[in-house]
Design a protein around this ligand. Structure first.
Ligand code: ADP
Ligand code: MG
Length: 151
């Protein structure tokens, strides 16, 4: 079966992914540091804005996790303060950005990843990144219209 996730082959097509600097990252003034890491790693920002989601907007974004025990806490956290949402592009963008982020649980994240360096909690893990082409498309369209994404 074909692997539908982008980026398992080197030299594969350009992709797009949604990045969020979560409310903990923004509150801790990590926005610049995180953006610098994206740019140093050839992930190009083609859309960006700061938003403060309400609870319903956070629930809609994370609806895939609605049956999970952490859903209430996660959506309250995501709506607790401003976040920076971005669309990133680059070769194998989805996979390369997830590598830069590190594992969901920062205790299992590799050295030098954003979550290893900055996360304080499995929930408050500083950044979000799409995990597949389909989710990236849903997530990008959730926050941005076509006029907000540069060519
Ligand atoms: P990722 O953000 O690495 O794609 P998931 O999609 O599995 O991870 O989970 C979405 C978010 O939910 C995580 O980034 C984290 O903020 C939170 N989360 C995941 N697992 C847990 C957990 N066991 N307890 C609390 N929060 C969690
Ligand atoms: Mg996820």
């Amino acid at each position: 079966m074909a692997d539908r996730r982008l980026g398992h082959k080197k030299g594969c097509i350009m992709g797009k992914t949604l990045s969020i600097i979560k409310p903990d990252g923004v509150a801790r003034q990590l926005t610049g540091e995180i953006i610098a890491r994206l740019e140093k790693n050839d992930l190009k920002i083609i859309a960006m804005k700061m938003i403060h989601m309400n609870l319903a907007q956070a629930e809609g974004f994370y609806s895939v996790h609605k049956e999970r025990p952490f859903f209430k806490s996660l959506t309250e956290f995501m709506s607790s303060g401003p976040a920076v949402v971005m669309v990133l592009t680059g070769e194998n963008a989805i996979v390369r950005y997830r590598e830069l982020m590190g594992a969901t649980n920062y205790k299992e994240a590799k050295e030098g990843t954003i979550r290893k360096d900055f996360a304080t909690d499995i929930e408050k893990n500083v950044v979000h990144g799409s995990d597949a082409v389909e989710t990236a498309n849903f997530e990008i369209n959730y926050f941005f219209n076509s006029f907000e994404i540069v060519a």
